[in-house]
Design a protein around this ligand. Sequence first.
Ligand SMILES: [Zn+2]
Length: 163
Amino acid sequence: MAVMIEEELAPHVRRCVELATEALEAGDQPFGSVLVNAEGVAVAEDRNRIADGDSTRHPEFALARWAAENLPPDERRTATVVTSGEHCPMCSAAHAWVGLGRIVYVHSSAQLAGWLTEWGVPLPPVRTLSINEVAPDVPTSGPVEELVSTMRELHRRCFAPGE
Ligand SMILES: [Zn+2]
């Protein structure tokens, strides 16, 4: 179900879209994520970095590793990960293993899979699952309806530039 995003998270949501745009323009895939602490402050951010050949370099995975190295468990639990695209199974697992809190995503994994299918692009080698199919206790919110079309266009430029 689509959600209205709380005012304090809105700038972080917009930042994720900016990071996704940066990634696309650098030759990576359009995904960006921000780790927000309990006070609403962005403490880390990253974007997709798979162009060099390591397809595990998703921003959500990088933020989970960063949190494990830099935040005590209680601060991980109260942190929110805001992200342009819903976590893949690898990143959902990493998020849950390090004990991070809520996830807010702009578009869902199912939406991305639908777009790829529509464009005739092969699906990724990892099954499309929602965050909660992998990590049932993580609170999630999304999609953020007003930014879904912006993200769809970034993915079209990446995966189906001729469409
Ligand atoms: Zn991932």
